[in-house]
Ligand binder design. Structure first.
Ligand code: CA
Length: 357
């Protein structure tokens, strides 16, 4: 054994010992995924208010850039699935038939009405989740990340409880293709609102590892910032991320993150990871036999927290190995030992944690 290992091994063992004991229930966190999006259309200010009122520890925001460089809180690169863009701006779609957020100014986006997610086919519109907020009602709109942070910080003051923010740099590779530095702009906003250090209640996350590295190594040092970063992990089939390799944009291969050393490598840049839930508990699991991957253990051994996505109570969204949505949350919090999770139903997750305290 080398001298280097001889020195570091005791530290490593200590880390393992500390993290192997499951974290107590009161250390587990709930991230309101796109707000309390099970109850109100995702990423509306109304959904964020409800998430705060329910007591979510963190409120999640996906951030995209407009043609005039405003930062808006929306999940998709496109406006088709949850706004009336086709009626308001006919002919403004690209050749692929889609209406891109980045092709509109903030002022133009403010004219749109936001709905729960729907599928449009052959002239008919059907909700993706039939039991959610009625389509086309409520008069919801699009807002900026600055407006959302002001809302959350205002509620932190008036309700006397601090909800954190969990901000996602959404598809930075696409913004680079369009000549925009979305990450630098997002970091500047976080700094403007006082999120600058590791002990500030913020996580900045992205699926794009190359961008995460850039944030860690270039952008944060340039701004004098050192906030908590989280690497999201996608399934390769989803084509979530592309990277520039020898002048060609190619789908990003996430496989290395699941190897024995993947988490250790990630911990050089990130403070947490956000895997899909199937990467932790296999969908091959049964009620009598849960198949739990080594991901959480490896992450904890490397000092990373684990906040998987996305937990939904809607029909068809609870895997067969869990008898109920509540049981699914229990499995993840207390058997797979995740530190937090992202859910559209933050009130249910808070209740599951409270019942263990
Ligand atoms: Ca997100």
């Amino acid at each position: 054994m080398s001298i280097r290992l001889g020195i570091f091994l005791p530290v490593f063992l200590l880390l393992v010992q500390i993290t192997q004991a499951a974290a107590p229930a009161n250390d587990k966190i709930v991230v309101a995924h796109r707000g309390a999006s099970g109850y109100l259309p995702e990423h509306t200010l109304e959904a964020k208010v409800l998430a705060h009122a329910m007591g979510a520890d963190y409120i999640e925001s996906d951030v995209l850039m407009t043609s005039d460089d405003a930062l808006v809180v929306l999940h998709d690169l496109y406006l088709d699935q949850n706004t009336d863009v086709a009626e308001v701006y006919p002919g403004r779609g690209r050749d692929d038939g889609r209406y891109y957020v980045i092709d509109f100014t903030l002022n133009e986006l403010r004219q749109l009405r936001v709905s729960a997610r729907s599928r449009r086919q052959n002239g008919s519109v059907t909700p993706i989740y039939p039991n959610r907020f009625p389509l086309g009602t409520g008069g919801f709109g699009i807002h900026t990340i600055q407006e959302e942070i002001e809302l959350i910080q205002g509620l932190n003051k008036t309700l006397g409880r601090e909800a954190g923010i969990y901000v996602e740099i959404k598809r930075p590779w696409f913004h680079h293709q369009e000549g925009k530095d979305q990450s630098a702009a997002i970091l500047q906003v976080l700094k403007d609102y006082g999120y600058t250090d590791k002990d500030d209640k913020v996580f900045l996350q992205t699926f794009d590892f190359n961008e995460l590295k850039r944030v860690r190594e270039e952008l944060m040092p340039a701004l004098g910032m050192d906030i908590q970063l989280a690497q999201l992990i996608a399934n390769n089939e989803g084509l979530e991320t592309y990277e520039l390799v020898e002048g060609q944009w190619r789908p990003y291969d996430y496989s290395w993150m699941h190897t024995e050393t993947g988490m250790e490598e990630l911990s050089q840049y990130a403070n947490g990871v956000g895997p899909a839930m199937g990467m932790i508990v296999s969908n091959e699991s049964t009620r009598d036999n849960l198949l739990i991957s080594p991901l959480v253990e490896r992450a904890h051994a490397s000092g990373l927290v684990v906040h998987p996505y996305t937990f939904r109570r809607d029909s068809g969204q609870v895997p067969d190995y869990a008898e109920s949505f509540e049981r699914l949350l229990e499995i993840f919090y207390f058997e797979a030992d995740v530190d937090g999770l992202k859910t559209d139903f933050p009130d249910v997750a808070l209740k599951v944690i409270q019942e263990r305290q």
